[in-house]
Ligand binder design. Structure first.
Ligand code: S3P
Length: 431
């Protein structure tokens, strides 16, 4: 029988300060670059969620020494040239970022490995990465189709390519750049719309030279990385759940401390502002090439908005929770250009619409998004997580505004990106 969690509050208000867990994208990359590099890397504020633990597990099987005490991680690596051939398959679990970036890294490493993932990841497309990697000379094969895990990666001599990305995806961009690091020549990647640039920033932090002009990134192959210290800011994609909660629950006011403010990730703040939410950014700083700061969000009457175009990659993971917010906004919110949602941990367009409709939300789905008409009062019910952490958290936050309790089926997946989610929720809610 699947596990269930009930969220039920009588007239909640959210108040206080919150430091959300470390950024998932940056945590993955810190372990990856620390393992490619020679020497010691220390990571503070690491996200101890299941996805990032999958990344650590892979490198341990490759002979990298990684020790972790909570959110402090130390990586000691002999460098990519000296990794060991793993004796067991490398398991990416549920993590698309682990799988896709590791395909790029392993393509040019001097080991042969097999990569697998869980039932959800095994259905997510890998061809978007294996196609450009094959153009570079990668030797990636499978017993079935090379679009899906499990895959066998035999390290090969790679050649640089100039690649125009057909999809807006930081995972694809990063996989090519990380392969390019081992390739002969200068690799260039051109994006359609700018996606999160943590890989580029962190490569520079580890001593590589990366050039950026407009939407094109260039990297000379053969550069050596050296271990360094990485401080991981709070994950704005995790904060987004409580930002939306504070914005829609009457009289709420929450300060998010040390949350990442990299401009390629702050689309959520732009959209909240366009919906009428009062946002104050306090004490913005930069460290390790990443910006972060304290952000105050206050309850505000909400208006509908249009979310599409270049902002989409800057808030792609926030669209499920923004859809919930839109049910409380006056008017018709249109989400478009977001067809990538269909290949996330689950088809997030169908899943979000199906679950929110159970509560009475008025949502129409389109090929590339949703149209949400609000405001609608929401009733309670049983919502599915689809094994998708962001669907599980959306369901829990819905429980703050529903007239009856919300029961979440299979909530354990929330630990993929936010292990202490329910504790943080309980601490912020004053009844
Ligand atoms: C990520 C990129 C995005 C995002 C994912 C993390 C990354 O995926 O949805 O949660 O760390 O590079 P896509 O590259 O598929 O858009």
């Amino acid at each position: 029988m699947s596990q269930q969690k009930t969220v039920s509050f009588k007239r909640p208000v959210l108040r206080g300060t919150l430091q959300v867990p470390g950024d998932k994208s940056i945590s993955h990359r810190a372990v990856m670059l620390g393992s490619i590099a020679t020497g010691k890397t220390t990571i503070t504020g690491f996200l101890d969620g299941e996805d990032c633990l999958s990344t650590i597990g892979m490198f341990q099987k490759l002979g990298v020494t990684i020790t972790r005490e909570g959110t402090n991680v130390v990586v000691e690596s002999p460098g990519i040239a000296n990794w060991e051939t793993p004796t067991e398959p490398l398991d990416a679990g549920n993590s698309g970022t682990t799988a896709r970036l590791m395909l790029g890294i392993l393509a040019g490493a001097s080991v042969t490995s097999e990569m697998c993932g869980d039932q959800y990841l095994s259905k997510r497309p890998m061809k978007r990465v294996t196609d450009p990697l094959s153009m570079m000379g990668a030797d990636i094969t499978s017993e079935g189709q090379t679009d899906y895990l499990p895959l066998t990666i035999k390290g090969a001599i790679l050649q640089a390519i100039d690649y125009n990305m057909p999809v807006a995806s930081a995972q694809v961009k990063s996989a090519i750049l990380l392969a390019g690091l081992q390739a002969k020549g200068i690799t260039s990647v051109t994006e359609q719309a700018v996606s999160r640039d943590h890989t580029e920033r962190m490569l520079m932090q580890f001593g590589a030279k990366v050039e950026q002009s407009g939407k094109t990134i260039r990297l000379q192959g053969g550069q050596q990385l050296t271990g360094t210290d990485v401080v991981v800011p709070g994950d704005i994609s995790s904060a987004a759940f409580f930002m939306v909660a504070a914005a829609m629950v009457k009289d709420s006011e929450v300060i998010f401390e040390k949350v990442g403010l990299n401009p390629t990730r702050t689309g959520i703040l732009d959209v909240l502002q366009s919906m009428g939410v009062t946002i104050t950014v306090l004490d913005e700083k930069g460290f390790s090439g990443e910006r972060y700061g304290d952000v105050k969000i206050q309850y505000s009457p909400l208006q509908a908005t249009e979310i599409g175009g270049d902002v989409i990659p800057r808030l792609i993971d926030e669209l499920p929770i923004l859809a919930l917010l839109a049910t409380q906004a006056e008017g018709r919110t249109v989400i478009k250009d977001a067809e990538e949602l269909r290949v996330k941990e689950t088809d997030r367009i169908e899943a979000v619409a199906t679950e929110l409709r159970k509560l009475g939300a008025v949502i129409e789905t389109t090929e590339d998004g949703m149209i949400i008409t609000g405001p609608t009062p929401l009733t309670g019910g049983t919502l599915q997580s689809y094994g998708d952490h962001r669907l599980g958290m959306m369901a829990a936050i819905a429980g703050l505004i529903t007239s009856e309790p919300i029961h979440i089926d299979n909530p354990s997946c929330i630990a993929i990106s936010y292990p202490h989610f329910f504790e943080d929720l309980a601490n912020l809610v004053k009844q």
